[in-house]
Design a binder for this molecule. Structure first.
Ligand code: ZN
Length: 436
């Protein structure tokens, strides 16, 4: 197996939610000589410096400082979050027979059906009492063993289930976690569980953000193992490709031969709910980081960052849809991205994507130089598609760029499918510097 592919599978398994995806990226970057910067620190940067900023434990921005601020930024963006189920506060609900289920709230737009009858567990972050009320501590939690399931109703109680069965997020989708000896054990059940798992006192737990995840590991399948099956392929496949490409671009680059442009990897949170948070693409966080980088060059003035942005290019990397073998008519009649046919550039007449003919041309040339086939995605005209990071970012930063991604099936399913080949070709083209 190609090392990038086995590494992607381990990355997906280690990253069952936004917080853990960012932690996985942080560890990988640290291993390659990147060190953390806080927005609260004074920044002293030099060309070649490898640094990263984490926001809210759920977004991460890594960069390699270029030798010339006016060479601009080469930015790859992707997102850390995926649709799913968040545990509500006071989640414990005791049912007949002292079966304990948990109250949840849907995050983003998951395909609800795909979450039934799977071994699930819990992951996320827990906030503990700190030195002062304004400085609580954060601990990450990933319970590795199966703990829950969302049981489907037997077909004998609903013979028409296969003819379409509307689901209530509040009634139908609640996971069970225990058969209690006494109903009274439900009180404080979640906090006690979290305290045991982290080895902390119940009284130190102030709050948590926990979500469900499928404990079945990511895998390859197909007669030639050409497919990848996992949760969160949208968009952790692109986050992983961006990180792998960034690291690969550093090979042999020490001190003297630093690239003139600053390479930036921006992994935002909350794309699935519209990006409108302090760690999302609609926030000023990326712009603030670009300003701070520019301000660190000797002799930089107010214009430096604006001139740098004018020379910049962004690849907004978020997976797209491949033509589906059972629903070919859903796809545009003349543009048919195939699984395994290479990354797609996404184009929309109503500007839901930032791609235009000019930026698509730049991207096609980059792919050509990298020897990578590129496909084109447009929506079937009767089916409005989703939006993504690119255009949201341009409301904060005056950037040129494209929206692209690997083609995949079953976007927002608990298990999505993509092709090994598209992951590898995406790594090949990100952060390659086209010849002038
Ligand atoms: Zn996405």
């Amino acid at each position: 197996m190609n090392p990038h592919t086995s590494d992607l599978l381990s990355f997906l398994d280690a990253s069952p939610c936004n917080f853990l995806a960012v932690e996985s990226l942080r560890k990988r970057l640290e291993a390659k000589g990147f060190s953390e910067l806080s927005m609260a620190d004074a920044w002293n940067l030099a060309p070649g410096d490898r640094r990263y900023v984490v926001k809210n434990h759920s977004a991460i921005f890594a960069f390699v400082v270029g030798s010339d601020p006016l060479a601009g930024f080469r930015i790859i963006s992707a997102h850390s979050d995926s649709p799913g189920f968040r545990i509500k506060p006071n989640a414990e609900m005791v049912c007949a027979g002292n079966v304990l289920k948990l109250n949840t709230e849907v995050y983003g737009g998951p395909i609800l059906y795909t979450w039934f009858d799977r071994p699930l567990s819990l992951c996320g972050r827990v906030i503990l009492r700190g030195k002062s009320p304004l400085k609580p501590q954060t601990r990450l939690l990933k319970i590795d063993r199966p703990l829950l399931t969302i049981p489907h109703l037997a077909i004998h109680y609903n013979r028409s289930v296969n003819e379409g069965n509307p689901l209530s997020k509040q009634r139908d989708m609640l996971p069970v976690i225990a058969i209690l000896a006494e109903a009274s054990e439900a009180k404080g059940f979640m906090t006690n569980l979290v305290a045991r798992e982290l080895g902390v006192n119940v009284s130190d737990i102030l709050d948590y953000d926990l979500t469900l995840y499928d404990v079945t590991p990511a895998c390859r399948f197909g007669i030639n193992e050409e497919f990848i099956s996992s949760g969160r392929i949208d968009d952790l496949m692109m986050a992983h490709a961006a990180e792998e490409a960034l690291v690969a671009s550093l090979d042999g680059e020490n001190g003297a031969a630093v690239c003139p442009a600053t390479r930036v990897m921006a992994i935002f949170d909350n794309e699935e709910t519209g990006s409108g948070t302090k760690q999302g693409a609609a926030s000023p966080i990326l712009r603030s980081i670009l300003e701070r980088i520019c301000a660190s060059y000797p002799g930089a003035g107010e214009e430096t960052v604006l001139r740098a942005i004018a020379e910049s290019f962004m690849v907004s990397a978020d997976n797209g849809h491949a033509i589906h073998p059972n629903y070919e008519a859903k796809q545009d009649p003349t543009n048919h991205p195939m699984l395994g046919g290479g990354p797609v550039v996404k184009i929309n007449a109503n500007c839901k994507y930032m791609t235009d003919a000019s930026s698509a041309a730049v991207f096609r040339s980059i792919c050509e130089e990298a020897g990578v086939e590129v496909q084109t995605f447009v929506n079937h005209s009767d089916t409005p598609g989703g939006s993504t990071l690119g255009n949201i970012l341009t409301s904060q930063i005056d950037l040129e760029g494209v929206d692209m991604g690997a083609p995949q099936w079953a976007m927002h399913s608990c298990r999505e499918t993509a092709a090994v080949a598209d992951h590898l070709s995406t790594i090949c083209l990100l952060y390659t510097s086209p010849s002038p």
